[in-house]
Design a protein around this ligand. Structure first.
Ligand code: ATP
Length: 438
């Protein structure tokens, strides 16, 4: 076996996603919708694993983390208060010659259009990225609503409800996984920049005095999370924002960046947001969102540290990280070296011939009953089945062969090394669980 010679590219990932059922273009049979995708069966399993790993990574011993699911649609007032109606926009420019549209900060306007080669641009206009809609039949200002461009505001506008209905004390966190919508001027790089995507966001509410400490703690915790789900340390970096990049209300923001084939790009944002959001909603709604400090006998508006990552962007990142090609038996094999906790299937069960179908299926069902996501794979030559499982990242393949019945053993093959060993049937579950823990 030799290691990869050709590097991973976006095209290879897109093709693999479609071929194996990770991701499909939405409304593919009608020509698709730019920047919008559906998740296939394998992608759905993998996303569930990503969400579970993220949820798990938020624990701080002895401190509370609550989870909510906010609505996707919300009234205009929310976005006026948050500043999205006036400020959530990107600069847009069109080529006067071929009408191709660009994000003005993505290109050099002193150079010709890369589409048609002419140099003639419209003036730059600001384009608000929110999807606007109307709720109910009345067409007046009161019916205007927006699809949320981020999940965070659902947490801020529910702060009072959360405090009133749960026995929590500052500091604590509120986290949420859910869809967000941005009418991106130029969706691109597959799942990297989409118009409908999922975010995993966490807002940590704390007193101002400990906010910077929590900002450091969360930055370090988030970086550790990426190592724990199999991303190499040299592919992840924390880039603190320069003073001129910081929002006016933030005194510290860091991007956690990944080294994509198209360069270092933001994967997650960690931001100390001051008490900007709660203050704004307090001002616009007229509701008191402050918290009473029993010790100090005074009220204060909590400060917030936010961690925000796109599920789809992380999904793409993990595919880039896992994609490998090597030569096995003179043939190129594609393999996804996904961390076992992220892999859609933890193991595949393969009978070697028809006679072994039944006993192998019985073992496979027993593993499913124990809550393990595993697959029964009985069609095609054993070599083909190995290739198929390698390509979808299944860490272990078990085969039941001619000696299995008499010896009470199966062969287990390791995805990454292709090494095989015989183990007792009684120890299969333990073997899989040990791999998951590694
Ligand atoms: P970018 O600079 O890449 O546009 P942003 O700074 O606008 O990102 P945030 O508003 O901080 O992004 O969103 C938090 C996270 O949500 C990002 O780090 C990213 O993982 C994800 N995200 C944002 N926009 C998109 C999108 N259009 N498609 C997929 N994921 C996205």
């Amino acid at each position: 076996m030799t290691t990869a010679t050709s590097p991973v590219t976006l095209e290879k990932i897109v093709a693999l996603c479609k071929r194996r059922g990770f991701v499909y273009q939405t409304a593919d049979i009608y020509g698709g919708l730019n920047g919008v995708y559906d998740t296939g069966p394998l992608g759905t399993l993998m996303k569930q694993n990503i969400r579970a790993a993220w949820t798990n990574s938020l624990k701080i011993p002895g401190q509370e983390m609550l989870f909510i699911e906010g609505s996707l649609i919300s009234p205009q007032a929310v976005w006026e208060a948050s500043g999205h109606i006036s400020g959530f926009q990107d600069p847009m420019v069109d080529c006067l010659s071929c009408k191709h549209r660009y994000r003005a900060d993505d290109i050099d306007l002193t150079k010709a259009c890369s589409f048609c080669g002419n140099l003639s641009w419209t003036p730059i206009r600001q384009f608000n990225l929110m999807f606007k809609t109307q709720v109910g039949a009345a067409e007046d200002a009161s019916s205007v609503a927006y699809l949320r461009p981020e999940t965070a505001q659902s947490i801020f506008i529910n702060f009072k409800n959360i405090m009133a209905s749960n026995r929590v004390k500052i500091p604590f966190g509120v986290a949420q996984i859910g869809k967000a919508f941005r009418n991106e001027i130029t969706p691109k790089q597959f799942l990297f920049r989409m118009r409908e995507f999922e975010q995993m966001e966490m807002e940590w509410f704390c007193p101002e005095s400990s906010a910077m400490e929590y900002f450091e703690l969360w930055s370090a915790k988030r970086k550790k999370f990426y190592a724990a789900i199999g991303i190499k340390e040299e592919h992840i970096r924390i880039r603190p924002h320069e003073a001129d990049e910081l929002s006016h209300y933030s005194s510290a923001t860091s991007d956690i960046e990944y080294l994509f084939p198209f360069g270092w790009k933001e994967l997650e944002g960690v931001a100390y947001r001051g008490n900007y959001d709660l203050s704004k909603h307090m001002e616009f709604s007229g509701k008191d969102l402050s918290v009473y400090d029993e010790q100090e006998k005074t009220s204060f508006i909590p400060h917030v540290v936010e961690c925000s990552v796109g599920t789809d962007r992380l999904f793409l990142t993990l595919l880039f990280e896992a994609y490998h090609e090597d030569i096995v038996g003179g043939e190129t094999r594609i393999l996804l070296k996904l961390h076992p906790t992220i892999a859609p299937f933890k193991a595949a069960f393969m009978p070697l011939s028809k006679q072994q179908l039944e006993p192998m299926e019985k073992i496979c069902l027993a593993m499913k009953d124990k809550g393990l996501t595993v697959q029964f794979d009985a069609t095609g030559s054993i070599g083909k089945r190995y290739r198929r499982q390698d390509e979808i990242g299944t860490p272990l393949c078990f085969t039941y062969d001619f000696d299995s019945e008499s010896t009470g053993t199966v062969t287990v093959r390791n995805r990454d090394t292709t090494a095989q060993e015989r183990i007792s049937i009684d120890t299969i579950e333990e073997y899989i669980r040990n791999t998951l823990r590694a």
